[in-house]
Ligand binder design. Sequence first.
Ligand code: 13P
Ligand code: SF4
Length: 318
Amino acid sequence: EEDPLDLMDEIDRLKKEKDATILAHYYVDGEIQDVADFCGDSLQLARDATKVTTGTIVFCGVHFMAESAKILNPEKRVLLPDLLAGCSLAESCTYPALKARQEELKAEGRDVVTVAYINTSAAVKSLCDWIVTSGNAREVIEDRVPKDKEILFVPDQHLGRYLVEVTGREMILWPGSCMVHEIFSLTDMRRAKKNNPGSEVIAHPECPQNILAESDFIGGTERLKQYVMGIEEPRTFLVATEAAMIHPLEKAAPRHTFIPVPGIMTDSGETCACNRCPHMARNTLQKTRDCLRDGKPEIEWKDYFDPAKEVLTRSLLQ
Ligand code: 13P
Ligand code: SF4
């Protein structure tokens, strides 16, 4: 085990030496966020990737995020500390499965617009009309998707259901879900509320409907942060999203108290610390250092990045 502080110093030194910029999602360990040049939600990080001026981007997050950074800034070398950092949502919707579903709907004579959550592979993005994040989904659907078109929303059924509710649009939902958000326990959340009178629940829209129904504020990670920053008097917030999010919330609004909502294992019924995303947790200080030092693993350009670039640019940058 190497000393985290030594690793952080080494990472700072290597960033200069290797002409690299570190981008980190709010769900990676706090100490990685502390050595990053940009921390943010999926939307902001995709936009930040286009502004990087160094030759290399180290993306501390998951595979689809690093792919998006490469697609939006192709001249850069984009590194991901662990190529196995995937996403249960992205995995639930494969290229052949989506293509088959689109063809099936077409054969039924239905003219659908495919809207994908950014948590999808680049190959899947290449089949889609719009890409949304938790930060811009409502606006993109309300302002840009023609009203006379039916929407096929992939891959998150919970975010999709929430978007049906807030936009009033009909959608065909894909049956995917985030392994972290889908197992939040309502019983544990109610207990935490009872134990913390006057507390407020803030939740990510990847949570199932029963959790959102008892939440006081719903938003993607950046919106949750902005919300607590806007409240002056100290409060206790129960946080129904990935537990690493507590770090940026505490940094942004240290006057408040933040308590992570625990999850529960659905099959065994046992309470566990499963509100950490195992994919995000593959990013460690050590692997970040190694990847800076060795210049790998790298995201290589693929043919389908070209159509994915078109839809990502139109959806997130224009
Ligand atoms: P946002 O930070 O865009 O809300 O994304 C949440 C998430 O689950 C990323 O994997
Ligand atoms: Fe995917 Fe959920 Fe992990 Fe985000 S938190 S990377 S949506 S599995």
